[in-house]
Design a protein around this ligand. Structure first.
Ligand code: 3PG
Length: 209
């Protein structure tokens, strides 16, 4: 299966150095109304964090982000990831993602890359790094020639511009690290993270189908 299960308006991009924070963080985000959580494989703590969230927070739908190759995707699946996200795309990842049958968001930045990921069977794509590669203007321009493509733009998106992205007809959700800021994690400020999640969950839902 390469389709996606109705994410909320915002997918938090989570970078954790301490797997011991994972469960409290997931509880705070879920309490604020955000269920899809992308834990990036950028730290040694990531796989343990995914495992802990799967075990302890059944209301959360935890996935792995920054999946760069097939080995990482296998490890993430074995840790319990329910979906995957990559900043880019390759034959290796396409085979691995199709093989596991879980939802996967290929990363794309151009029409050619989007065409390739769609040829591989994926229609929900991570536009990355969204603001740097053209942001909303690029998404509007891609909608004409690629009307079936749906996007989760990520990179440079925050509370200030998320609603503008979500108003586009080809944007299903946006991704961003602003829901789990490093200073709030270090301070274990779960109330602040829950409040950020609540604001994000209250954003106008995407109208993309
Ligand atoms: C990602 O990994 O998807 C991005 O680095 C997140 O970008 P942001 O920090 O600008 O939200």
């Amino acid at each position: 299966m390469t389709t996606w299960t109705e994410p909320g308006p915002v997918m938090p991009v989570i970078v954790l150095d301490d797997p011991g924070l994972a469960v409290d963080l997931a509880h705070a985000l879920v309490a604020g109304g955000i269920r899809h959580l992308e834990v990036t494989l950028r730290t040694a703590a990531a796989l343990g964090a995914i495992r802990r969230i799967r075990d302890a927070v059944p209301q959360a739908l935890v996935g792995a982000g920054t999946v760069l190759d097939a080995r990482q995707w296998r490890q993430a699946c074995d840790a319990g990831a329910l979906f995957g996200v990559s900043p880019g795309w390759s034959d290796e990842l396409a085979h691995a993602a199709v093989d596991r049958g879980l939802p996967f968001l290929p990363g794309v930045a151009t029409a050619s890359e989007a065409m390739r990921a769609m040829r591989d069977g994926f229609t929900l794509l991570k536009l990355f790094p969204a603001e740097a590669v053209g942001g909303r203007a690029l998404l509007r321009a891609l909608h004409g020639p690629l009307p079936a493509a749906r996007f989760c733009p990520t990179g440079g998106i925050g509370a200030h511009n998320a609603a503008d992205y979500l108003a586009l007809p080809n944007v299903v959700c946006v991704g961003g690290s602003w829901l789990a800021p490093a200073d709030a994690l270090a301070a274990r400020d779960w109330m602040r993270i829950e409040a950020l999640a609540r604001d994000a969950a209250a954003l106008p839902a995407s109208t993309a189908v």
